[in-house]
Design a protein around this ligand. Structure first.
Ligand SMILES: Nc1ncnc2c1ncn2[C@@H]1O[C@H](COP(=O)(O)OP(=O)(O)OP(=O)(O)O)[C@@H](O)[C@H]1O
Ligand SMILES: [Mg+2]
Length: 417
């Protein structure tokens, strides 16, 4: 049998005996090759990237990273791999979480030899078929035959708070307006898919919502977008949230991610407002975001949740500089300074927005954003500063200091004085 026809398997379990038992069950199958074994979720992610197995047999409870988180990461990084959860957990909630993370099947522990081998063969075939498709697609997408999808290299900036009511929508709407200019095209996406309020903040109505956009499987073109995007008097383009909470079901994670990617080819900035929950949809947005503005407030429950989010982002292997911590509703009266927050969270604060309930609530209730009606107020100025920070994040970096030292050139024959 050619090595390409064999199904490569990675076994993941923290108990050595379990790993060995499964390996023994598979050792006499000529078409199955156990390529590696991992003891923890983190090791599984590493080995999956290195060995690109067809099938992974994944335990759930393990030290350092559980099997569900590992599944999410592997599905993202090695998309041809098929993952089977092998667990004593029969809890439907675990099953659901594993399925949402991208697992393809479940086996209860200890699996019978027949069950195990049949499942591996079935999923192995799917995986190898995916590998074939991917290699054809990669060949077709090679620079010679078709260049990278044309368009702008727009930046996706998501606003997320791990505690509701922290000010994401206030900041998202005003940041979007602050970023846009004649030369800078900005679209604001209300991805708070159950209780989005962007339309209220901006005083907008439209019969089209994000639901119409995520149902488009083709790549979005400008003509279609012109007809379905709402336009704010400032010129800002807006994708409104679903009309009813039930419609959230129609906004699935991967079409949502594709929508944002399509928009980033047509706009310089795609600003995304999110709800304070982490479901598949929110995670898909955070995965694809170039920057996450993590919004906290100077209150202990908010900061405790911000800490949890930082911990999660490490598990999800987000690069540190993807997250910009923003503190909203800052006021000396609350007794928590930026310094206290930075010491507690071991993370720098990238912007602080002052507390000003009168200006903010009046603006929201009138449907006229701060960035238009209250440009000179300190709260708005702080949002303009935030917009400037965001611009700077994506500005071409200057050459390192060392290279900038004035170079004393040796005088050459060609010097003219
Ligand atoms: N800087 C601020 N100073 C005073 N009040 C503020 C400030 N920013 C926001 N608020 C108030 O906080 C409330 C929540 O703001 P907002 O709706 O923007 O938060 P959110 O994180 O989007 O909330 P949700 O969880 O409902 O999506 C609003 O009533 C708003 O007026
Ligand atoms: Mg909101």
């Amino acid at each position: 049998m050619a090595p390409d026809d064999k199904t490569r398997v990675l076994i993941v379990d923290d108990i050595a005996e379990t790993r060995e038992n499964i390996r023994k069950l598979l050792q006499f199958e000529p078409d199955i090759d156990v390529v590696a074994m991992a003891r923890t979720g983190r090791e599984a992610v590493q080995l999956a990237k290195e060995t690109k197995p067809n099938v992974i047999l994944m335990d759930i409870n393990m030290p350092d990273m559980d099997g569900i988180t590992a599944t999410r990461l592997i599905v993202r990084d090695v998309p041809t791999t098929q993952i089977v959860m092998v667990s004593v957990q029969q809890d439907t909630d675990y099953m659901r979480q594993a399925m949402l993370a991208g697992a393809r099947d479940f086996l209860s522990k200890p699996p019978s030899a027949d069950e195990l081998i049949n499942t591996i063969r079935r999923l192995g075939e799917i995986s190898r078929e995916n590998e074939r498709k991917l290699s054809v697609a990669t060949m077709e997408a090679s620079p010679v035959s078709s260049p990278r999808k044309a368009g702008l290299d727009g930046k996706i900036v998501a606003l997320f708070s791990p505690k509701g009511g922290s000010g994401c929508t206030t900041l998202a709407t005003n940041l979007a307006i602050a970023l846009q200019s004649e030369d800078t095209k900005v679209v604001l996406v209300d991805a708070n898919i159950q209780f989005g309020t962007v339309h209220v903040f901006l005083g907008l109505k439209s019969k089209y919502t994000i639901v119409n956009l995520v149902q488009q499987s083709e790549e979005l073109d400008e003509a279609f977008l012109q007809s379905v995007l709402a336009t704010h008097p400032s010129g800002l383009k807006v994708v409104l949230g679903p009309a009813t909470p039930e419609d959230a079901e129609l906004v699935l994670a991967s079409p949502l991610k594709k929508l944002l990617e399509d928009l980033s080819r047509l706009f310089h900035y795609v600003i995304v407002d999110l709800a304070s929950v982490l479901r598949e949809q929110e995670l898909a947005v955070l995965d694809v975001a170039d920057r996450i503005l993590l919004v906290g407030t100077p209150e202990i429950p908010s900061l405790a949740n911000v800490k949890k989010f930082f911990d999660l982002s490490e598990k999800l292997e987000y690069p540190k500089d993807r997250i910009m911590l923003v503190l909203n509703r800052m006021d000396k009266r609350w007794g928590i300074s930026v310094q206290v927050v930075e010491d507690r969270l071991k993370h720098g604060v990238r912007a602080q927005i002052p507390f000003d309930d009168k200006t903010v609530v009046t603006s929201i209730n009138s449907g006229v954003p701060l960035a238009i009606a209250n440009r000179n107020m300190p709260v708005t100025q702080a949002i303009f500063d935030l917009a400037q920070r965001v611009r700077e994040e994506f500005a071409p970096k200057e050459a390192p200091q060392a290279n900038k030292k004035p170079v004393i050139k040796p005088r050459s024959l060609f010097d003219r004085r």
